[in-house]
Write a protein that binds this ligand. Structure first.
Ligand code: NAD
Ligand code: ZN
Length: 344
């Protein structure tokens, strides 16, 4: 089968031929219907050798969906032919976090060698994918997998951050969204769908800001040194009750710190390597910050139901598997509108 793999440090993704995997006991094989590209894939592929921990070769793709094609020994209660999305942050299934469905915060995954598909385990960017346990499959029913697959990360991750901040997103509040890419353009829609907050979106390009407007941002601001003042102007000097930073680089975290309101909150979702100084004199009174990771199983069900209701939709640029390298190039250059999705 064809697979998109990262094989050599610094070399970027390649489309290669590999064997079709067999499901072991308890595992399920999916025939992949869609796999999304995430900027985190570039984070992984940009790491220097001494920091790279994901194994080589690595089949990419931590956003996956597929049709159940073969059941491993002992798997029951799931039908061959069913259409599913894959919950990616696999945990041990037994610890406190996992029992709450928060496998993204499993305390044992690392020591047990459990890694998400595409981030250690073979990922979804291939014709077939092995899923380790049926609890990591969320039924899609008649939802289009290509339109839906990115909810598993570009939907779930913002949803997890937004739900945590929801008590602050009351009527009259302001949410600032920095970075309207794959995650951010879904994030804007989720805030609009589950809160009454006013949304101010920041990005670098006119195209991204136009997309922000299209998906529901009330105001748009060009990201940069003047952005904080612009946000203060738009909020009568009060600033943002919640800032969602989907970039996480130093300039955007500086903006987040400059716009967060008294008793406000910052969710640092982007992994751009910036730092937010915390201390009594570094942020307004009462302000808090958090760096969330992915989301929980039940939240993935919720965000898929939100899409089913029509309140949230992913803007998809579709590519065949042979065009995966070009798609990754577009993502790197920042020219994907919404999310790039591979259909093997
Ligand atoms: P993307 O490339 O699709 O989108 C990034 C967006 O940020 C683009 O629209 C880009 O124009 C914009 N941007 C870049 N620099 C900016 C700046 N200085 N000011 C304003 N906007 C700027 O990326 P994505 O796939 O949506 O991922 C976003 C970030 O979230 C990445 O850092 C990714 O690694 C991270 N991520 C984190 C988690 C998590 O669990 N915390 C999960 C998935 C992705
Ligand atoms: Zn991701």
């Amino acid at each position: 089968m064809k697979a998109v793999q990262y094989r050599e440090i610094g070399k970027g993704p390649e489309v290669v031929e590999v064997d079709v995997p067999e499901p072991g006991p308890g595992q399920i094989r999916l025939k992949v219907t869609a796999a999304g590209l995430c900027h985190s894939d570039w984070f992984v592929m940009d790491l220097p050798e001494e920091q790279y921990i994901y194994g080589l070769p690595l089949t990419l793709g931590h956003e996956g969906a597929g049709i159940v094609d073969k059941l491993g020994e002992g798997v029951e209660g799931i039908e061959v032919g069913g259409s599913y999305a894959v919950y990616g942050p696999w945990g041990c299934g037994l610890c406190h976090a996992c029992s709450r469905g928060a496998e993204n915060y499993c305390s044992h995954a690392a020591e047990l060698g459990i890694a998400p598909p595409g981030l250690g385990a073979p990922g979804a960017m291939a014709e077939y994918l092995i899923v380790d346990d049926k609890r990591h499959l969320i039924p899609l029913g008649d939802l289009d997998p290509v339109e839906t697959v990115s909810l598993t990360d570009a939907g779930l991750t913002p949803y997890h951050a937004i739900k945590n901040a929801l008590p602050k997103l009351v009527p009259g509040s302001t949410a600032v969204v920095i970075g309207v890419g794959g995650l951010g353009h879904v994030g804007v829609q989720i805030i609009r769908a589950i809160s009454q907050a006013r949304v101010i979106a920041l990005d670098l390009s006119d195209e991204k800001l136009a997309l922000a407007r299209e998906v529901g941002a009330h105001d748009i601001v060009v990201s940069g040194p003047d952005a904080a003042e612009r946000v203060r102007d738009l909020t009568n000097g009060l600033g943002a009750d919640v800032v969602f930073d989907f970039v996480g680089a130093q300039p955007t975290l500086d903006t987040a710190r400059a716009v967060v309101a008294v008793d406000g909150h910052i969710e640092i979702v982007g992994i751009g390597g910036g730092l937010l100084p915390t201390g009594f004199f570094s942020t307004p009174f009462g302000a808090s910050a958090r760096a969330p990771y992915w989301g929980t199983r039940s939240e993935l069900m919720e965000v898929i139901d939100l899409a089913r209701s029509g309140a949230v939709s992913v803007h998809v640029e579709q590519f065949g598997i042979d065009d995966a390298v070009a798609a990754y190039g577009k993502l790197h250059d920042g020219t994907v509108r919404g999310r790039a999705v591979i259909v093997p």
